[in-house]
Each structure stands twice: as C-alpha cells, then as structure tokens.
Design a binder for this molecule. Structure first.
Ligand code: ZN
Length: 120
C-alpha cells in the first residue's frame, strides 16, 4: 500500500504538467531566440539571393495576403452616396426620405477587391 502511494506520488510528480511546460517554455524561448538568430542571417542570404526586386515581390505578396485576409474579415464598405445611412433625406422636407438607390437601403457596398477577386 505504501509502495503504491509512493509510486503514485512519483508518477504524479513526474507526470505533473508544471515541469514540462516550464521546460518547454524555456526550450521554446531558447528555440525562438535560436530561430531568430538563425533567420536573421538566412533572411539576409535570401535577400541577397532573390535581389531587391524579389524582396519587393515578396513584400507585395505578403501585403496581398493581408489584403485577402482583410477582405474575408470585412467584406463590406460604407456606402459613399448615403454615408452609410441607407437612405436619403429631402433637403426641404428633412423628415421625408427614400432608400439609397446605390446601396438599395443597406448602407454598405461589397468592397471592390471582393467584387473583383471573389465575383460576388
Ligand atoms: Zn447608400
């Protein structure tokens, strides 16, 4: 019985998640530092390998990927005709209004990139 308890304690102490994540965190930070120090020189090598035009292309590709993410997250933009209100008020009789003919009363338009790239 005593041996079982000792084994259980040993098991729980060895199997406790505390030592592992701290070790993993330390290893991860060390690995991250190692990766950072490693990537600094290969990125310079990459930059010299692909040249300034290739680097520019890489940056443009990254910007385009960010734009795609932005399009998927926020597909609509405010209507400029009605300023997002979805309706137009009369100038003389300001209580009179009609739905915006541009956005059909929704107040938003699909973004240009969405129209061009996703055909919606
Ligand atoms: Zn509108």
């Amino acid at each position: 019985m005593n041996l079982v308890v000792q084994i259980a304690v040993a098991h729980t102490t060895t199997g406790a998640p505390n030592p592992h994540p701290s070790n993993a965190a330390v290893a991860g930070s060390a690995a991250g530092q190692a990766v950072e120090t490693n990537t600094s020189s290969p990125s310079a090598d990459l930059a010299s390998a692909i040249g300034p035009i290739g680097l520019l292309l890489l940056v443009a590709l990254a910007a385009f990927a960010l734009y795609l993410v932005s399009l998927s997250l926020h597909p609509n933009a405010k209507c400029n005709r009605c300023n997002g209100a979805g309706r137009h008020k009369g100038y003389v009789f300001s209580y009179a209004q009609r739905p915006c003919s541009s956005c059909k009363g929704r107040g938003v338009h699909p973004r240009i990139g969405r129209k061009v790239l996703f055909k919606t």
